[in-house]
Design a protein around this ligand. Sequence first.
Ligand SMILES: [Zn+2]
Length: 158
Amino acid sequence: MTDSSPAVPATRPPLGCAALLMEVLRGELRERELPFTHQREAIARLLFESQRNYSADEVAAELRERGERLGKATIYRTLALLVELGLATEHDFDEGFKRYQVQLGAARHDHLICTECGRVFPFDHPDVDRALAAVAEDAGFAPITRHIKLFGTCNECT
Ligand SMILES: [Zn+2]
């Protein structure tokens, strides 16, 4: 049966988006020398596969239904980490607890990569942000995430 009701907002990110965000998470953790644990993956996957807001309690309940038993402290720490990495946002609706949601569009993963010594330098430049936002807007494109790699030699290797 076709649904003719007007503009129901999407409840899921587009196909492949969760996998892409998971790759970004994996890279960010590697860079910080933090392990990509099963718990971190389970919590991140839950958020990335849905666009709804989750409280820490709801994350715990949802994961319990999937057969995952995670401690509250782990859930809180992981949600805070996802916010810190720019992969989730934190909302306070005056409920006495916070809610968390996947952050689409803001995840960035920009690096200078030295082909001599192999070092990776993260960078962040507002002009790059602006230029890419303009490119996306001109194309009517809704960005999910991005990964810029600039290969070359670092100042110690030139
Ligand atoms: Zn180098």
